[in-house]
Design a protein around this ligand. Structure first.
Ligand code: IMP
Ligand code: MG
Length: 181
């Protein structure tokens, strides 16, 4: 069973639900003056579960788009370089963009994507991350909406994987060291 590989639960389903609801309400308040709504860019695959929960808590129109960026491959450490494996489907010129990410670690991925989207002349670009590991940062990233700061532990569940496994766990947990060493 997947749960046998989990050392401890960090955020339960209920804690996640509550926090996502708060984040959606905050975004809805901040963009209340933008009747056309926002353009949410989800970073596949990790952010997909957070993304689908979050957009349903936003009371403004949300246009969907997704990107795939790779800095991790199957390893536990970021390689420091970012490749875009799937680009946006739409032109974001003049749009209010919110980048939705599962977790910000070294910051490499978000730093790169933020620059990339700004070059495309969005009206604004903000970052919404479900979690952040501040102690791991190598490049500064302005996180406008952050669900939780977490310590430097390898987390899985709620979209986060280890070697493509555990994404469908409904909670966030710490993976047992024996699973990856
Ligand atoms: P960064 O570019 O170093 O900030 O890496 C961010 C990406 O690394 C996230 O989108 C995740 O896919 C992955 N990542 C970072 N920390 C974890 C973790 O604890 N568990 C699973 N994936 C992680
Ligand atoms: Mg990711």
């Amino acid at each position: 069973m997947m749960k046998d590989d989990i050392e401890k639960i960090v955020f339960t389903e209920e804690e996640i639900r509550k926090r996502v609801e708060e984040m959606g309400a905050e975004i809805s308040r901040d963009y209340a003056g933008v009747p056309e709504g926002i353009f949410c860019v989800g970073i596949l695959k990790g952010a997909v579960i957070f993304y689908t929960d979050l957009v349903r808590k936003i009371s403004l129109p949300v246009q969907f788009d997704f990107m795939i960026a790779s800095s991790y491959a199957d390893a536990m450490e970021s390689s420091g370089t970012v490749r875009i494996l799937k680009d946006l489907d739409y032109d974001i010129k003049g749009k209010h963009v919110v980048l939705v990410e599962d977790i910000i670690d070294s910051g490499t991925t978000m730093h790169y994507l933020l620059d990339y989207l700004r070059l495309r002349k969005a009206a604004s670009v903000k970052i919404c991350a479900f979690m952040s590991k501040p102690s791991r940062r190598k490049v500064e990233v302005p996180i406008d909406y952050c669900g939780f700061d977490v310590p430097d532990e390898f987390l899985v569940g709620y979209g986060l994987d280890y070697a493509e496994k555990y994404r469908n766990l409904p909670y966030i947990g710490v993976l047992k060291r024996e699973v990856y060493s």
